[in-house]
Design a binder for this molecule. Structure first.
Ligand SMILES: C[C@](O)(CO)[C@H](O)COP(=O)(O)OP(=O)(O)OC[C@H]1O[C@@H](n2ccc(N)nc2=O)[C@H](O)[C@@H]1O
Ligand SMILES: Nc1ncnc2c1ncn2[C@@H]1O[C@H](COP(=O)(O)OP(=O)(O)OP(=O)(O)O)[C@@H](O)[C@H]1O
Length: 284
């Protein structure tokens, strides 16, 4: 049977860097919330035992695509030949945007194929496998908005307000590894000791990558300057996307409709339960 599942985007409502591990990875404190907007994956049975994926993403070799890598991890975990599957990807999320498109595709593949192949793997095991693919994959596997620590794998579920967002994608792709290797990055923000009750207080919470990203990419700074006329505007992840929060859809659309020509992005709602998990629950 064919299975179609969403791969939602995420925002980092704030992102603090509190230190660096001996292996070079950065210790973070961040608040993840999902968005209703996202990619979509369709899994269809095929004869034989191959996993195929279409369309390919320009510049990403098929075997490096996080969807194929997630499928390979599950095949290895099962340790036996599994039925063939064709995966169709509807890509809507910009790459290098800090909204987790690749990580979410990987999580949807892990949960989707676990269901499709009836592997019966637990969410804990799928989150462990996901962490091998990227620091952002576990939150997408677990499916609830969360305060994250460590490199993003220690998750405390929480419920920030489900506001509306204007998300702008400046015309640049930002490489996460490159930003984390920048000399001038703030790496010593004092840790928050309890999971925050986030009310969008811009002065208490920030994104520690924002200053450096705005310095390196003037188009990101320009987007932030435009959106911040309407309220606090912030970077997500290591960029490039900038988002602003609004209490209603009509207010978000009003701002979006006033954008100058050349600004691309979307309006969407923040949700604390992942649309992926909502869809999987409906199937059970
Ligand atoms: C910035 C965030 O998007 C916040 O949610 C994530 O922490 C990044 O997660 P991601 O895109 O899945 O990143 P990964 O593919 O795991 O890492 C890419 C590269 O960024 C650097 N990296 C990543 C995460 C982290 N906590 N510290 C790091 O220093 C590492 O050099 C790594 O090789
Ligand atoms: N299915 C996929 N979708 C998007 N990118 C993929 C995929 N598979 C591999 N990649 C690679 O991963 C890189 C990061 O893509 P992604 O969309 O996750 O960026 P991002 O939004 O900056 O993510 P993050 O917030 O996790 O840093 C891409 O530039 C691409 O080379």
């Amino acid at each position: 049977m064919t299975l179609t599942l969403p791969a939602p985007a995420k925002l980092n409502l704030f992102l603090h860097i509190i230190g660096r591990r001996p292996d070079g990875y950065h210790e973070l404190q961040t608040l993840f919330q999902f968005l209703e907007h996202g990619d979509e994956l369709t899994f269809s049975p095929t004869s034989g035992s191959r996993v195929t994926l279409e369309p390919a993403i320009d510049g990403v070799p098929q075997e490096n695509n996080l969807i194929m890598r997630a499928a390979r991890l599950l095949q290895a975990e099962a340790g036996r030949e599994l039925p063939g599957v064709h995966i169709h990807l509807t890509k809507r999320l910009p790459m290098g945007g800090g909204i987790g498109g690749g990580s979410s595709d990987a999580a949807t593949t892990l949960l989707g194929l676990n269901h499709f192949w009836q592997l019966g793997l637990s969410i804990d095991r799928l989150a462990e496998l996901g962490l091998q693919l990227g620091a952002d994959v576990p939150v997408f596997v677990r499916g609830h908005a969360a305060f994250a620590e460590g490199i993003g794998e220690k998750l405390t579920p929480c419920d920030p307000p489900e506001d509306w967002y204007v998300v702008i994608k400046p015309d640049c792709n930002i490489n996460t590894g490159m930003i984390f290797s920048e000399e001038g990055l703030t790496r010593n923000t004092p840790p928050i000791t309890i999971a925050p009750a986030f009310e969008g207080d811009a002065s208490r919470y920030r994104n520690d990558c924002e200053d450096i990203v705005c310095k390196l990419y003037p188009e990101v700074e320009k987007s932030r300057d435009w959106l911040s006329q309407f309220g606090p505007a912030r970077l997500t992840g290591t960029g490039a996307c900038i988002f602003g929060r609004f209490p209603t859809e009509s207010k978000a659309l009003e701002v979006w409709d006033s954008r100058p020509s050349g600004i691309t992005g979307f309006v969407t709602r923040g949700v604390n339960s992942s649309p992926l998990h909502t869809k999987l629950t409906e199937l059970d």
